[in-house]
Design a binder for this molecule. Structure first.
Ligand code: PLP
Length: 494
């Protein structure tokens, strides 16, 4: 996103390539479209070369988003690159594949539908769009209910943990819903269901629980939240529902923790989002939102278009988008099946365990993430006197690793952590390599700190030596001057 119109960089030529072509000898404009065309191979070369300075996605341990897919799926995606998803009547098979994906996800999340019944849900650009849609459905449902009761409906709020992903803050601000956040505390980095239930009032459109906190990967306790809200709803008659943000955990929990009740098995859970491009194992951007049943998605939010052919219901924020990701999601579902996903998630967990144990063994970190949750390792420094997690992150970059460091949200802002997300393509070998490099970085940082202290000591020693000789010299002169004075009896000027 471009926020500033000022030229902050120098007007130096962007490209002074050594290639012989004259097209790469001129500088590329940065602010205006060039007047003349250039050949396609030159354009390709120039852009490709500039992109070499981006980080390597496979070593980007900051992201949950898929960085590797099978070549067969790459082929399907490339073939669909020119297919606009919204042209449903022209591409009915693509639409059918999206519907199959929605059904499969709804069943995976235990929606109360029959084996051959279709589910209510939609493919989106990612969990963010999915969350906007789910949030809008809650807001509209709440408004309709309030209007029917003859009560004001101009102050909707939503209850979440302070650890929510930024898209919830976006939803709240863009769609004018007050965000009521349950604050975190040191050692407890997810939404406390007791505090969340306490925060609920008659204007609460829903409580959003996260399955797989972005910051630590930890699952929030949706079951307890469901029980507490059931109680509260009985007392108040408010009927406050739950949304589960399963952006990352939605494709982990069903395979690794099938007994964990977090989904539509809990009666108050009315909608769930999940990122197809995270543990759904598809390149960005695809996400999904599914509703428990038809009644949970107000009819007036669904638009019907017919100018592309037959009547098509749509509930999305944008119109045109690519089809490739939807096709790729379907590929992953049928290619891997339940068993395949399970194996991949087990592998990720195992690699996370190796990494966690390796990091613990270095002896300088506290592990902040839990063993149950999204396969990631979040860790903080035990001792931050001489260096911080930000120094560690910066130094790891020298080895090619991109490991983010960040502070926790309110009220745990004083805790800063590093986070390594384990994806399918992060092998055991890489985990071991990372531990070795982290060890090296820590040794270097410590050696540097010791050197600094040592240098400090020497300077101190020098300082005091200097001071001592200064005192000696001053004393000598004073003595000399007073003796001269005595001898000459004069002005004392010498
Ligand atoms: C990543 C993430 C999101 C945003 O999802 P996108 O698919 O990137 O739009 C929302 N919530 C949580 C918990 C996430 O991890």
């Amino acid at each position: 996103m471009v926020l500033t119109t000022m030229a902050t960089e120098s007007a130096e030529p962007l490209h002074c390539s050594t290639f012989a072509s004259r097209y790469v000898q001129v500088c590329l404009p940065r602010f205006k479209m060039p007047d003349k065309s250039i050949p396609k191979d030159a354009a390709y070369q120039i852009i490709n070369d500039e992109l070499m300075l981006d980080g390597n996605p496979r070593l980007n341990l900051a992201s949950f988003v898929t960085t590797w897919m099978e070549p067969e799926c790459d082929k399907l995606m490339m073939a669909a690159a020119n297919k606009n998803y919204v042209d449903m009547d022209e591409y009915p098979v693509t639409t059918e594949l999206q519907n199959r994906c929605v059904n499969m996800i709804a069943h995976l999340f235990n929606a109360p539908i029959g084996d051959d019944e279709t589910a209510i849900g939609v493919g989106t650009v990612g969990s963010s769009e999915a969350i906007m849609l789910a949030g809008l459905a809650f807001k509209r449902r709440w408004q309709n209910k309030r209007k029917a009761e003859g009560k004001p409906c101009d102050k909707p709020n939503i209850v979440t943990g302070a650890n929510v992903q930024v898209c919830w803050e976006k939803f709240a601000r863009y769609f004018e819903v007050e965000l009521k956040e349950v604050k975190l505390s040191e050692g407890y980095y997810i939404m406390d269901p007791v505090k969340a239930a306490e925060m609920v009032d008659e204007n609460t459109i829903c409580v959003a629980a996260i399955l797989g906190s972005t910051l630590t990967g930890e699952f929030e306790d949706v079951k307890t939240l469901n029980d507490l809200l059931t109680e509260k709803n009985k007392e108040t008659g408010w009927n406050t529902p739950i949304h589960v943000d399963g952006a990352s955990g939605g494709f982990i929990a069903p395979f690794l923790y099938p007994e964990l009740e977090w989904d539509f098995r809990l009666p108050l859970v009315k909608s769930i989002n999940v990122s197809g491009h995270k543990y759904g194992l598809v390149y960005p951007g695809v996400g999904w939102v599914v509703w428990r049943c038809k009644e949970d998605l107000p009819e007036e939010l669904i638009f019907h278009i017919n100018y592309l052919g037959a009547d098509q219901p749509t509930f999305t924020l944008n119109f045109s988008k690519g089809s490739s990701q939807i096709i790729a999601q379907y590929y992953q579902f049928i290619r891997l099946g339940f068993e395949g996903y399970q194996q991949i998630m087990e592998n990720c967990m195992l690699n996370a365990k190796v990494l966690r144990e390796g990091i613990e063994k270095i002896g300088k970190f506290n592990i902040v993430s839990k063993e149950v949750g999204v396969p990631l390792v979040a860790f903080s420094l035990k001792d931050t006197v001489t260096h911080t997690v930000f120094d560690v992150s910066e130094n790891m970059r020298r080895f090619g690793w991109i490991i983010p460091a960040y502070t926790m949200p309110a009220d745990a802002e004083h805790i800063a952590v590093l986070r390594v997300v384990i994806r399918e393509d992060f092998s055991r070998g890489l985990a071991e390599r990372l531990i070795t490099d982290l060890n090296k970085v820590m040794e270097e940082l410590e050696a540097h700190a010791t050197r600094r202290t040592l240098v400090g000591h020497v300077e101190l020693a020098d300082d005091s030596k200097l001071e001592k000789s200064m005192r000696e010299i001053t004393g000598y002169w004073k003595k000399l001057v007073s003796e001269r004075k005595k001898i000459a009896g004069g002005s004392g000027v010498c």
